[in-house]
Design a binder for this molecule. Structure first.
Ligand code: PEP
Ligand code: MG
Length: 443
């Protein structure tokens, strides 16, 4: 194969360089060797994939890719500590949904920690303890009386949340790589509010076929039926290396969300058609990511209708993610052109504040007032004016400290990582209870 031929040629070249009389020319071998190694890495295809991760390991890094997180989970790593990143970084979002403990934005971690350092990582609290502090915390935990096995979370029906008008608060699941439908339901998920279909395309040589996609979509729709499953069309944002993408999706540059329709219409068409074929299996909604112009909504809806008519199936609901500030400025027109809206507070916050999602930032991590008090309210009000439902699926929706503000802004539909649902549900119950008490007190 090519690898063997390359190694052989490099071996021959090494000998010839070694025989050169001039030391300057002999030194040039280093350059040739460097090119050879880079070529070999390319041929291997997994040049900078994580290797040698053992179960229980903790990876400390400046930043990682989405693929690294998937590999860490597969290797049984215990945790991830990142110098960069915020609560809304794509990799951190993935850790949260996959259940890998992670703490981001730990500046100086690489310098302070070496291979032998004993670490204690608490992803929920955002704490990394090093050395003695980590040991004593581990010892405290180990000597604590063993608690009874965790009680099954109450069934969603038992803890149904309603607002002061009797309207139900709906919690749906964010679906990333894997979703155990039964577990999600037990944790209180009433369907799927955001399915990031990007993961169906990552790490493949070619894009999945229409048949393959239709089978996957139909399977999940059926598992959650009769609850809603919201499938987001392919959104190519997030840190990945080009070679991890199917070859049809390489060389696109910045082509987030529905802009892919312009550059790779056949990929979007395949996805839309597969969705239409699967639609009878459950209750499908299609979500359009990164919409920045009204025209994108009408043209994709027209493509969707074409496939629905062609296959003789009913047209599913088409909704729009509100995550590009430009579309917020046309929110009434967008609401009029959509069946539902979903606030993507991760990108909306980053773009409104002009901050990278990967830069550690207390501001975007804790909910920027412009989003929490302004943007969301505008979307909710436009939804009410046009009779379309509004949900939120960014990470802010799973932060208990924002439960009261989110409910006060009028949101009643939330999509979050299933494992965070019990905590968020409890925070919402408290917020609804204190709102009711305040109303009583104020008469
Ligand atoms: C968002 O931007 O808020 C969102 C939910 O989408 P993603 O995190 O996949 O960009
Ligand atoms: Mg987004």
């Amino acid at each position: 194969g090519a690898e063997r031929a390359l190694k052989q040629t490099l071996g021959e070249l090494a000998q010839r360089f070694a025989q050169l009389r001039s030391p300057e020319f002999r030194d040039l071998w280093r350059d040739v060797e460097g090119i050879g190694s880079a070529l070999l890495a390319r041929l291997h295809g997994d040049a900078d994939r994580l290797v040698g991760v053992e179960p229980g390991d903790i990876l400390v890094a400046r930043s990682v890719t989405i693929r690294d997180v998937i590999d860490l989970c597969a290797a049984g790593a215990a945790a991830l500590v990142l110098e960069e990143g915020s609560l809304t970084s794509h990799v951190v979002v993935l850790c949260r949904s996959a259940g890998l403990a992670a703490v981001s934005g730990v500046r100086g971690a690489l310098e302070a920690i070496d291979d032998e350092t004993f670490l204690f990582v608490d992803g929920d609290a955002g704490v990394v303890l090093v050395g003695e502090a980590a040991r004593s915390r581990r010892n405290t935990e180990a000597s604590a009386p063993t608690t009874a096995p965790q009680a099954e979370p109450p069934s969603p029906a038992a803890s149904r949340l309603v607002d002061e008008t009797g309207r139900a608060i709906v919690l749906r699941a964010n679906l990333d790589i894997d979703l155990d439908a039964d577990r999600a339901r037990r944790l209180g998920a009433d369907g799927v509010g955001l399915w990031r279909t990007f993961y169906l395309y990552l790490g493949r040589e070619t894009v999945p076929s229409e048949d393959e996609l239709a089978a996957i979509f139909a399977g999940t729709l059926a598992e959650f039926a009769p609850a809603i499953v919201t499938v987001r069309l392919l959104d190519l944002s997030g840190p990945f290396a080009e070679r991890e993408l199917p070859h049809e999706l390489r060389g696109l540059g910045d082509c987030r969300g529905v802009r892919l329709m312009e550059q790779r219409p056949e990929v979007m068409d395949t996805q839309l058609r597969a969705l239409m074929r699967a639609s009878a299996a459950g209750r499908l909604r299609i979500l359009l990511p990164f919409v920045s112009e009204l025209e994108e909504i009408t043209s994709i809806a027209a493509r969707a209708r074409f496939h629905a008519d062609d296959l003789g199936v009913a047209m599913p609901q088409i909704g729009v993610m509100i995550e590009v500030p430009a579309i917020l400025m046309q929110i009434d027109d967008v609401a009029a052109a959509s069946d539902f809206l979903a606030v993507g507070s991760n990108d909306l916050t980053a773009l409104l504040l002009a901050r990278s999602r990967d830069a550690p930032s207390a501001r975007s991590d804790t909910g920027a007032p412009a989003v929490l008090f302004e943007a969301i309210r505008r979307v909710v009000e436009a939804g009410e004016r046009h009779g379309v439902s509004v949900s939120i699926c960014g990470e802010i929706a799973s932060q208990p400290m924002h439960a009261a503000a989110l409910l006060a802004s009028g949101l009643r539909e939330f999509s979050i990582a299933p494992r965070l649902m019990p905590t968020m549900r409890a925070a919402m119950a408290v917020a609804l209870g204190s709102a009711a008490r305040n109303r009583e007190l104020l008469g």
